[in-house]
Design a protein around this ligand. Structure first.
Ligand SMILES: Cc1cc2nc3c(=O)[nH]c(=O)nc-3n(C[C@H](O)[C@H](O)[C@H](O)COP(=O)(O)O)c2cc1C
Length: 172
């Protein structure tokens, strides 16, 4: 039987792009958290997924509202990632946001975002896999490097050119 410690230590070697998952709670207040357990699933229809711990306030909010947005952070947004990885109540204070189609708050300084409605919620251990249908997706024409999380620290990639085309296949 694998220990929790060994499991966490092994998985910490999977470098993950850092996002803020944002939504509205049952009082229609902005709610959100830092996440790396996010990935795209399908192009047609456009689906993404995010895995959320049942114990988080953001999980409760997504469960109640049926909407979420994922906001992809760039290097330089480490303090924002730390703020959203806490459970402080004032995470959105002083932050510039825009209201998405679903009503989810979009973080203006994010590199890109996807605005989603929950298509399916699958319980998996102490997490729920929320599968979201993407209603709107937008990438900013910026050259910033992505914020990554690896072995408990924030960083980025050194070998990817900063001016690489967003989503364009170059090696096909
Ligand atoms: C880099 C990083 C990635 C994280 N990824 C996830 C994740 O994918 N899913 C999750 O449930 N929690 C994740 N967390 C933990 C949540 O951000 C943390 O539990 C947060 O306090 C939840 O806030 P809330 O209770 O206000 O929603 C991550 C934390 C960090 C620092």
């Amino acid at each position: 039987m694998v220990t929790t410690d060994a499991f966490k230590r092994a998985l910490a070697n999977l470098a993950g792009g850092v996002v803020l998952v944002t939504t509205l709670d049952d009082q229609e207040e902005a709610s959100g958290m830092t996440a790396t357990a996010v990935c795209s699933i399908s192009v047609d229809p456009p689906l993404v997924m995010v895995c959320m711990n049942h114990a988080t306030a953001t999980h409760r909010a997504v469960h109640a509202s049926g909407i979420f947005a994922i906001n992809f952070l760039a290097v330089g947004a480490e303090s924002l990632a730390r703020r959203f990885a806490s459970n402080r109540p004032d995470k959105f204070q002083g932050l510039d946001t825009t209201v998405a189609k679903t009503g989810a708050p979009i973080i203006d300084i994010a590199l890109a975002h996807c605005d989603c409605t929950v298509e399916q919620a699958v319980t998996a251990g102490d997490h729920t896999i929320f599968i979201g249908r993407v209603l709107e997706a937008h990438a900013k024409p910026r050259n910033d490097l992505p914020l990554l999380y690896f072995r408990g620290d924030y960083g980025s990639v050194a070998s990817i050119p900063q001016n690489s085309g967003a989503g364009k296949k170059k090696d096909a």
